[in-house]
Ligand binder design. Sequence first.
Ligand code: SF4
Ligand code: SF4
Length: 371
Amino acid sequence: MKHVYDENQILFSRIRLKKGTKAYEDFYRKNPAYQQGDDAIRGDDFEEGMKKSASFQALFNPIYQSSMPLLKSMHDTVEAMPVNKKRASMPKHFHENIKEITKLYGATDVGIVQLKDEHYYAKHGLTSASLGKDHVNVPIKKQYKTAIVYMIPMDKDYINRSPHYEEMLETMTAYQDIAVIGAGLAMYLKGIGFKSMFQSIEYYETPLVPLAYDAGLGEIGMSNHIIHPIYGDRIRLGAVLTTLELKADQPIDFGLESFCKRCGLCVMNCPMQSIKPQKRIVNGRTFYKFDDQSCYKMWKNVGNDCGVCIQSCPYAQGIDLKTQAWMRNQPDRIDQFLKEYLEKTGPSRRYQIKTPLPIVKEHEDDERNND
Ligand code: SF4
Ligand code: SF4
């Protein structure tokens, strides 16, 4: 039987439930296993735990805080735009054109998925609060035929400073960039006559990892992230759902499963042991066990979204395609690659950089001796 995704089960929906409300009582009556752990992390947003001075936060937090109102205005604009009644006629190879159009809007890699019911969440959760949406538990209509799924890479200099402030700056601005691409593409598709909507950090009708896997953007790693062959999981994903029918892509296999089996660096480096090497199969796709509550505890401890697992992945640091082909599904060669890799990283087993980037340095709050 197919697993049915429900957005209410996502950690960011669960921890926004307010104790004492009917929604809270209803959810935990049906899902008692989450309650104790969720209650321990409920409350302030993780950013409140930031170990930075008030003067630092006053200067730098607005860099990413502006993205929420911007996102809301993009959502409102796309939603309000009518679909052009005069539909354009579609050339046979339009699936190729649309990928180039998506890249023109800013995407680095693009794939296409023919949507099935199992891709969708059954119901909306609480994750779109900042868009002013009040649709908790409202069933999702499943009205689209196709997902155009795309990615952009995140900057290595920023990500390699995780779990420090720069990692969050890069993540949040990447979410904004992903939304700008999605809003542009959704408006374009409406303009040529097809109902369309973009997904964003605050609005999802489908989980993105299964979509990105089906679109051939990467394989699912032990971190449960999509690992792109060139950028690893140092990426952000986006998707536009549309009624336009397009030729779909297929999942890719570049030997990640056998690589992860020998590697396990995300498991070893996770400060909370949130990533588990045991497999779980969901709707035919291989994922790994994961403890989202302990992961979020780390986010609250450091006051940003950690990202150590992203930085730990050798693919996020870049493995040239020739080396990938040489070691593909060859345990001895993977071990040889990893030995040389770890000689370069040293005992930290990752490329962590402790010096601040110019964007935040020269500030009294530069000390990074406590990790
Ligand atoms: S974000 Fe940090 S705590 Fe969460 S899984 Fe990754 S490394 Fe672990
Ligand atoms: S760090 Fe290693 S085990 Fe984890 S996802 Fe990347 S390749 Fe797989």
